[in-house]
Design a protein around this ligand. Structure first.
Ligand SMILES: [Zn+2]
Length: 454
């Protein structure tokens, strides 16, 4: 009697602890699903099934999920395998091309020599260093002679008509098989500087006095930057017209905030030499699918869509911060929430199948470039804001399925410049100084991206 009681008691104890574990596993499984963590999903599903069977529950539902998951993993694995095979193939092809071009390089290491503004530009087929250039100056009574000996062969060297304002003569001669000689005769006694940038030498003639090396370096950096800044940037001011976007306290509208910031960004980029364009300069409605049309037509280098975030009133006082998104099929709960808000009604009506097919054609190199752009912009935006304001929150770089970015054929990002629902942040977002600083930060991010990815 006593013994059987003990056994029953123990069984009960066991039963209650297994059922606790079973419930705990179900909660963990749910969390893993929300986090999109398939490894954890699998682990918790297995535990649910094992505990469920001990408890005599029906676990068919979970077994089916597990089957689906392993099938998904298998597909994923096959996809990755296929991608790596393709990558290998591509690399081999490149290696083959490289060896061919190296053969050509031995003959013609210099691709082009040309003038632009007050510069002589020499483009090589290979990376070059300081050792590849030897510079001398010869001062005569009537003029200066600048003499450059450059390692390399240029097949079109010969008498040249190249001319630069203020300089009377430029001679480009292939001195021997290995040396290109450039001689510049200058009556105005300008200051020549030369800059080596990857596969390029830029010789620039300045009509100013340069006092020290530091200044010379600054000028050199600026010249290199100028070179990138013929890049085309399309800025998209979110919402507009009948579509107000999110609305914050005191009827602060997202559409007004993002237009102001987009315009400041537009001017910043123009001033820095970019070819900048904007999807709207006034408060007008543009369909989401038409926003990228301009960017594609112009064959833009990057596309930046500007938005402001918002959250339900119950959390409005707590949630704020700057976030940058790039397009990917990722579906974290948070990305989903933001994407749902920004994906306007004309796209929402798109069938699920169409949406899916859009996302599957996403090209991996575009995703990677967009991710890089997002990181540079986010970092620079935060840095700039933190220099001038307190309690700036970093919402981080995130990925999500944004339809406005789907249509763009170039690296593209969506910036949530802050929460218009937050009392302080929305006040700041309406402030001109804050808008200007934010735009400057974005422009710095664009500079940084192109400096690293010319
Ligand atoms: Zn928006």
């Amino acid at each position: 009697m006593f013994l059987s009681f003990l056994i029953i008691f123990n069984l009960n104890l066991l039963a209650s602890s297994v059922s606790d574990k079973y419930n705990a596993e179900r909660m963990s499984y749910l969390r893993a699903v929300l986090d999109n963590n398939t490894a954890l999903e699998k682990k918790h599903l297995e535990n649910i099934i094992s505990y469920g069977e001990k408890l005599g529950y029906n676990t068919t539902k979970y077994k089916n999920e597990l089957k689906k998951l392993s099938l998904k993993n298998k597909e994923k694995f096959n996809k990755i395998k296929k991608q790596s095979i393709q990558k290998d193939k591509l690399e081999k092809e490149y290696a083959k091309k490289d060896s061919i071009s190296q053969k050509i390089d031995l003959k013609n290491s210099i691709q082009k020599v040309y003038t632009q503004k007050n510069m002589i530009i020499i483009d090589f087929n290979k990376h070059i260093t300081k050792k590849d250039i030897d510079y001398n100056i010869d001062k005569t009574k009537y003029f200066n002679l600048y003499l450059f000996d450059i390692n390399g062969f240029f097949k079109d060297a010969g008498p040249t008509k190249l001319s630069i304002l203020g300089i009377d003569k430029i001679f480009i001669i292939q001195k021997d098989k290995k040396t290109l000689h450039i001689k510049v005769r200058d009556k105005n006694r300008l200051k020549p500087i030369y800059i080596i940038n990857n596969k390029r030498i830029i010789i620039k003639f300045l009509n100013i006095k340069i006092s020290d090396k530091k200044e010379q370096k600054q000028i050199a950096t600026k010249i290199i930057q100028e070179d990138y800044k013929r890049k085309i940037v399309v800025i998209d001011a979110g919402h507009g017209g009948k579509d107000a976007g999110a609305v914050g306290p005191h009827k602060r509208y997202e559409k007004h905030v993002v237009l102001a910031i987009a315009k400041y960004l537009y001017h910043h980029l123009k001033n820095r030499g970019y070819k900048a364009y904007i999807t709207r300069k006034t408060d007008k409605f543009i369909k989401v699918r038409n926003r990228t049309v301009l960017a594609n037509k112009l064959n833009a280098d990057i596309f930046i869509s500007i938005h402001a975030n918002s959250i339900a009133k119950s959390k409005a006082n707590k949630i704020k911060g700057v976030e940058t998104f790039f397009l990917s099929p990722a579906r974290s709960a948070r990305a989903k929430r933001v994407a749902a808000k920004e994906n306007s009604s004309d796209i929402r009506s798109m069938s699920l199948a169409t949406k899916k097919s859009f996302l599957t054609v996403l090209n991996q190199s575009k995703i990677t470039a967009s991710n890089k752009l997002a990181i540079d912009v986010q970092q620079n935006m935060l840095y700039q804001l933190k220099k001038h304001y307190r309690s700036i929150e970093d919402g981080g770089v995130r990925e999500g399925p944004f339809w406005v970015l789907v249509g763009a054929q170039m690296p593209s990002i969506l910036i949530e410049v802050g929460y218009i629902s937050h009392p302080m942040e929305s006040r700041r977002l309406y402030n001109k100084r804050y808008q200007k600083i934010l735009a400057e930060g974005i422009a710095n991010g664009v500079d940084s991206y192109f400096l690293k990815n010319p």
